[in-house]
Design a protein around this ligand. Structure first.
Ligand code: FE2
Length: 260
């Protein structure tokens, strides 16, 4: 199974990158499944039914979220009924949506799990404890592959988590910082790992936001509304090759600019 995981999609520029680049990437790399982090898909903050539908129509099979999962109250009923979207599994059980989703492709069953880190981010449950419970339950559901989107700020927590799940999941990919790291590798137990997949959207700002607003906050400490930038549109992702035994064979970074 070949999986394309797309890093945090930011605003309309990020959605345009997905619409215009994913169909070509799917055929160029013979991709079986496309998964994307979409917690910033709606104007840079949260997700709505309309933005999620647009991403599914563009070729995404499943979407993951993160600390901004619930920024749009109008989307809660949609998150409850849309089985292709996973919000952090270590949020309270009573939160809208679900912690994982199941995708069937290439004759195999993939579980897409979303977890949120606890360093510099708010979370009710430990991702380490939650993943143990979740993997036990997924084993009973006979899934062939598990992909974890570990949405976290600190590189240390992400690397520690990667080692913790090595050999127990097919891939553990980091999201949230919006900066693609160059440490992709298959860990000794067979888990494809990268600390951060990067960002899909405008790269001419500050992690997706217009740079004038970001600079105003840093320089003057005055309130400047953060808006996604359209400058330098680019898709960041990783391609993961997995064997029938659930282990990863390879992981490769993808960085593709959208031509003007
Ligand atoms: Fe985030």
């Amino acid at each position: 199974m070949r999986i394309l995981f797309i890093g945090d999609i930011v605003g309309s520029c990020g959605r345009r990158c997905v619409r215009e680049l994913v169909p070509a990437l799917r055929s160029e790399f013979a991709v079986d499944v496309v998964v994307a982090n979409a917690e910033n898909a709606a104007a840079g903050l949260g997700i709505t039914e309309r933005t999620a539908r647009e991403l599914f129509e563009a070729g995404c099979d499943a979407l993951t979220l993160g600390n901004h999962a619930f920024r749009r109250a109008e989307s809660y009923p949609y998150l409850d009924r849309e089985e292709r979207i996973a919000r952090p599994a270590n949020f309270p059980l009573s939160s809208p949506g679900r912690g994982y989703s199941l995708v069937e492709a290439a004759g195999r069953r993939l579980a897409v799990v979303n977890l949120c880190g606890t360093v510099f981010l708010e979370c009710t449950n430990s991702p380490f404890v939650t993943v143990d419970q979740l993997l036990a339950s997924l084993e009973r559901q006979r899934v062939d592959h598990v992909l974890v989107d570990f949405h976290a700020e600190a590189t240390s927590e992400k690397i520690a988590f990667g080692w913790y799940v090595d050999g127990r999941v097919t891939a553990c990919v980091g999201t949230h910082t919006h900066v693609q790291t160059a440490d992709e590798r298959v860990l000794p137990g067979g888990t494809a790992y990268i600390t951060d997949v990067g960002m899909t959207g405008g790269h001419g700002g500050v992690i997706g936001v217009r740079r004038d607003a970001a600079l105003e906050r840093f320089l003057r400490m005055t309130y400047a509304r953060f808006e996604p930038t359209d400058e330098d549109p680019r898709l960041h992702g990783v391609l993961i090759d997995a064997d029938g035994d659930g282990r990863a064979r390879a992981i490769e970074r993808v960085s593709r600019a959208l031509s003007a």
